[in-house]
Design a binder for this molecule. Structure first.
Ligand code: NDP
Length: 404
């Protein structure tokens, strides 16, 4: 039995709150806090209606360490699930350190003024968390998150050596809008417009961003979804997996994008509306990408009419008992089914369910440790079982062929 504080009342925060409410034996008290109290109120009503559970809500600006500390002292949670934005990771970690409370998130820190996400800022907290005797679990959504857990599971049970890993993320859904992002537009666009990197033989190899003519892409035949153009993309889990998976020779991340999405993104990039620096408009300073976020649909609102499925998983190539082995482990999630269950779309759902499961692993003492951990450093078995039980069943099959 534990007390959980969820920070961030967006699409993912709503899913985490519902899923925690579905497991009252583990999450005995739930508090949802965010910058806009009305969003917490809307989720509180929905959770009462669908799950029959009452939660507490609070207003907090998580950019302020004193505000988060005050909230932690008032609510006294056993764990904080941070599903606000990556910009708040360090302030929330500072507040957890000050109050001695465990921490979990789904996205690594990036500074607001540079579109560069790296683990170095959060890894630097390891000693402080260790000395304080508390645990920080980093990147516990789907990717990062389940994609890392699949690697830990493959390393533990399926291979003697994993030589290559390809993580393939396909959203074959349709939300009916000309252009929308499936999670926070600002964070999403900053991520997908970056120079691409993958890791091969100990080195990071750079290739052009997905909107450039020379971007790297190929058509992959996804289970259920069929063939989809998949683009090489840099994703944060690559940085920790190259350290934690033994004997790895190459790791890449691929994501599907439609020509329609890429055309919109190219135009937005060309006219400068994805810029993250301040520009002067009408005597005021505005950041174009923040203005763009205000125009685009709220990711949670996409859920109502979303159809189709996501297919996200990893292809491993390596050795077992001296023989070559290839395995594909993946999950299929249906947007409309997520809506039926908790009024969410599948991207928020596939992120929020693992965050709940990660917090459950810490509260039950299955995941133990003092310091800062990426999820592949923790035991995958109970987590893999919980995925099947709490809405993200996974499949494993032999794979034959090549990727890319
Ligand atoms: P949303 O934009 O829908 O929600 C973010 C929420 O955080 C909003 O309610 C927002 O408040 C709140 N927030 C922002 N700043 C603050 C602040 N300073 N203090 C308190 N609350 C704040 O985003 P999503 O729900 O789509 O995404 C949430 C997180 O999940 C992101 O970090 C994203 O990167 C991550 N993610 C991870 C994935 C994975 O698989 N690992 C996949 C998808 C997302 P307000 O409403 O006032 O703006």
């Amino acid at each position: 039995m534990g007390r959980v504080l969820i920070i961030g009342a967006g699409g993912v925060g709503a899913v985490v709150t519902h899923k925690c409410a579905q497991v009252p034996g583990v999450f005995s008290e739930i508090c949802l806090a965010s910058r806009t109290l009305e969003k917490c109120e809307r989720i509180r009503k929905e959770v009462r209606e669908i799950e029959g559970v009452d939660i507490g809500i609070e207003k907090v600006d998580a950019d302020s360490v004193p505000q988060v500390v005050a909230l932690l002292r008032k609510f006294r949670p056993d764990i904080v699930i941070n599903v606000a934005l990556p910009y708040q990771d360090l302030t929330i970690m500072d507040a957890c350190l000050e109050t001695g409370i465990n921490y979990l998130d789904t996205a690594n820190y990036e500074p607001p003024d540079v579109a560069k996400f790296e683990y170095k800022w959060q890894w630097a907290y390891h000693e402080k968390f260790r000395k304080k005797g508390i645990m920080a679990v980093l990147g516990c959504g789907f990717d990062p998150g389940v994609s890392n857990i699949f690697c830990a599971y493959a390393q533990k049970h399926l291979f003697d050596t994993i030589k290559t890993i390809d993580i393939l993320d396909c959203n074959a859904g349709n939300h009916g809008h000309a252009f929308a992002t499936n999670f926070n537009p600002e964070i999403n666009i900053r991520e997908v417009t970056q120079v691409v990197r993958h890791w091969e033989h100990g080195k990071w190899i750079e290739t052009p961003p997905i909107i450039e003519p020379k971007s790297v892409h190929f058509s992959f035949n996804y289970p259920v979804a069929g063939p989809k153009e998949s683009y090489l993309l840099y994703h944060e889990e690559l940085e920790s997996l190259v350290k934690n998976i033994r004997g790895l020779e190459r790791i890449r991340f691929w994501m599907t994008f439609s020509e329609n999405y890429l055309t919109h993104l190219r135009v937005m990039q060309n006219i400068g509306i994805t810029r993250i620096d301040e520009v002067e408009y009408d005597g005021k300073k505005i950041v174009p990408i923040k203005f763009l976020k205000a125009l685009l649909p709220d990711p949670a609102s996409l859920a109502t009419n979303y159809t189709g499925k996501t297919v996200i998983g990893n292809i491993f190539d390596g050795l077992k008992d001296g023989k070559r082995k290839q395995v594909y482990i993946y999950n299929i999630c249906d947007h409309a089914e997520c809506y039926k269950e908790i009024r969410a779309q599948a991207i928020s759902y596939t992120t929020g369910v693992p965050a709940m499961i990660g917090a459950m692993m810490v509260l039950k003492g299955v995941w133990k440790g003092n310091g800062v951990f990426n999820v592949e450093q923790l035991d995958p078995d109970a987590f893999m079982e919980a995925l099947n039980r709490y809405g993200l069943p996974w499949l494993q099959k032999d794979f034959h062929g090549s990727v890319g």
